[in-house]
Design a protein around this ligand. Structure first.
Ligand code: 13P
Length: 252
């Protein structure tokens, strides 16, 4: 039985005051839900110390949204896995479609970042997903398989022992267009099959989250699907009532 996981991806939002108000409300309201589900927020780097201080000893974990593939060196503006360890991050999002499309992260770079996170003991949340054009062209599975194969070939299948996958169709991110539960389930089942082909034990316990316009109103029907193990939540994670409602849907 896989325990559901709901992760908020704040992206480049927030400030010290808003973060405090949001987290105070979230922590209070999810405190009785953690038997059936786990919760986390992935926040902008500068807020890690204050978020750590607010969330330690609560039922909400925290993490970052990116990391460098390198351990240290002359990489101006980058943040290493060791720095995330200093702030006790449990999770780091890797290969989000915004990183791939805006910052040019290739499957190879994403694989290096995944390896760096795992070496440091941080659970990577590996994002995969197709664009609208790719779905229309009927190559969704091919794209997802390439994204996963890049990891399997460079790190090995054991990577997925200590990792989470987030399926985020690019056309559903921030657009209000959610994949239907069946559309999402089909891709989740495909992802689990790819992993199972190599190692069925790992595939059985692997958490596969859905991301892309998850809201309080659609979370439950998505989370009821057999291969959807929770969500990676963008916009709705910035509104306490909405995020709490999504967490509640995961803990049913
Ligand atoms: P939205 O929930 O705002 O569509 O964002 C999804 C996402 O990109 C989470 O990583």
């Amino acid at each position: 039985m896989r325990k559901k996981l709901v992760v908020g991806n704040w992206k480049m939002h927030g400030n010290l005051l808003e973060n405090r108000q949001l987290l105070e409300s979230v922590v209070t309201n999810v405190s009785n839900m953690h038997e059936k589900a786990q919760f986390a927020v992935c926040v902008p780097f500068p807020y890690l110390p204050s978020v750590q201080a607010m969330l330690q000893n609560t039922s909400v974990s925290w993490g970052a949204q990116n990391l460098s593939q390198f351990d240290k060196g002359a990489y101006t503006g980058e943040v290493s896995s060791g720095m995330l360890v200093d702030f006790a991050c449990d999770f780091v999002i890797v290969g989000h479609s915004e990183r791939r499309s805006i910052y040019g992260e290739t499957n190879e770079v994403v694989a290096e970042k995944c390896a760096a996170a795992q070496r440091a003991g941080i659970t990577p949340i590996l994002c995969v997903g197709e664009t609208y054009e790719q779905r229309e062209a009927g190559i969704t599975e091919k794209i997802i398989k390439e994204q996963l194969d890049a990891i399997i070939q460079s790190i090995g299948i054991d990577f997925f022992n200590q990792a989470v996958i987030a399926y985020e169709p690019v056309w559903a991110i921030g657009t209000g267009k959610t994949a239907s539960p069946q559309q999402a389930q089909d891709v989740h089942a495909f992802i689990r099959k790819i992993i199972a082909n190599q190692n069925s034990v790992i595939a059985d316990v692997l958490l596969i989250l859905y991301g892309g316009s998850v809201k309080a109103s659609n979370a439950q029907e998505l989370f009821m699907m057999p291969d959807i193990d929770g969500g990676l939540i963008g916009g709705a994670s910035l509104v306490a009532d909405d995020f709490v409602a999504i967490c509640r849907a995961a803990s049913q």
